[in-house]
Design a protein around this ligand. Structure first.
Ligand code: PLP
Length: 311
């Protein structure tokens, strides 16, 4: 038999990442099992402190998912029926879901074709009397043009937020994505650059009152057990996720640097390939390359060919 099997190249190889830090992960998970403290508690508190410090913000509130983070961030800021939130039409559904779950209306402003991120000029054109907030997404890891969006928000009295679900460790003018607005929603879905071992998310903010409201919302609306001051729900981060994320956080910058190296290699190797173009990286941005995105005039054919070859 002389059959060759094409190697399979996955989008992301989480098993390889696990093997590279196995003792640290195993120790972290075993620590939670030993402690038998499974929801919030010391492991989550430790990660919240570490991730807040990493991002240069005062507060990190650990939640059950990035979807919950988008929704509860808006909810905690009082976004409600009758309010409009300007966002990008090119994002994962959860960005819009969070707005809709508050009863508010998402208003789409188109993207800059170079970066595929929310275009500040189009966002400005979408402002109405009902606009309450602007929610850009740092898509594929590249921060949106936050200076222009901040100037817009300040001039019109709007809240500037971030959907930083894809941008852990990315930089904008030297500052972390996730520290650039009033608050940021983060996802630790396993495939993210900083991925948990299950669902998890967080909100980052410098606003102590907002952080306190989020801590109440995530835990049935109270500060203590069996006290329910506002209407909340169960949206708490579990301790295994906190422990795994603490074990992984020290590696995030090196992993992101490796991804940037891979992106550079793709750009060089594929430069001038007919019909192919890439998302541009702006000079003020340092993307974590959550995804390296290419566009092609005959996308579906290219995709089929790659799939045939195991990519
Ligand atoms: C831009 C964006 N927002 C929100 C989310 C929601 O995060 P999660 O999957 O953790 O609920 C994601 C995750 O895929 C995302 O990519």
């Amino acid at each position: 038999m002389n059959q060759t099997v094409a190697p399979t190249i996955p989008l992301v190889d989480l098993k390889a990442q696990y093997r590279s830090i196995k003792p640290e992960i195993d120790r972290a998970v075993a620590g939670v099992v030993e402690a038998q403290y499974f929801v919030l508690g010391p492991a989550v508190e430790r990660f919240e402190k570490e991730f807040a410090a990493y991002n240069g913000v005062a507060h990190c509130v650990g939640l059950e998912s990035g979807t919950g983070a988008v929704w509860l961030m808006l909810q905690a800021l009082g976004v409600k029926a009758g309010d409009e939130v300007i966002t990008t039409p090119l994002t994962f559904f959860a960005t819009v879901e969070g707005i809709l779950l508050c009863g508010a209306t998402p208003v789409f402003a188109d993207v800059d074709p170079r970066t595929l991120n929310l275009d500040p000029a189009r966002a400005a054109a979408a402002v109405t009397k009902r606009t309450k907030a602007i929610l850009p997404v740092h898509l594929y890891g590249q921060p949106a043009r936050m200076d222009e969006l901040r100037a817009l928000a300040e001039s019109r009295g709007l809240i500037l937020l971030e959907d930083a679900a894809q941008s852990a460790g990315s930089l904008y003018r030297g500052r972390k994505a996730g520290s650039l607005g009033r608050a940021a929603a983060v996802s630790f879905y396993p495939g993210k650059n900083l991925g948990a071992y299950g669902d998890a998310g967080a909100v980052l903010t410098d606003d102590a009152n907002l952080a306190q409201t989020l801590r109440m919302l995530r835990d049935h609306g109270g500060r203590r057990k069996n006290s329910h001051e506002i209407l909340g729900l169960n949206a708490r981060m579990d301790a295994v996720q906190g422990a795994v994320l603490s074990a992984k956080l020290p590696h995030l910058d090196a992993w992101n640097t490796a991804r940037r190296g891979h992106a550079e290699a793709y750009r060089k190797a594929l430069a001038g390939a007919p019909g192919l173009s890439f998302v541009e990286e702006l000079p003020e941005c340092r993307s974590n390359y959550h995804l390296f995105v290419a566009r092609h005039a005959r996308r579906d054919e290219l995709l089929a060919q790659l799939r045939e070859q195991g990519v």
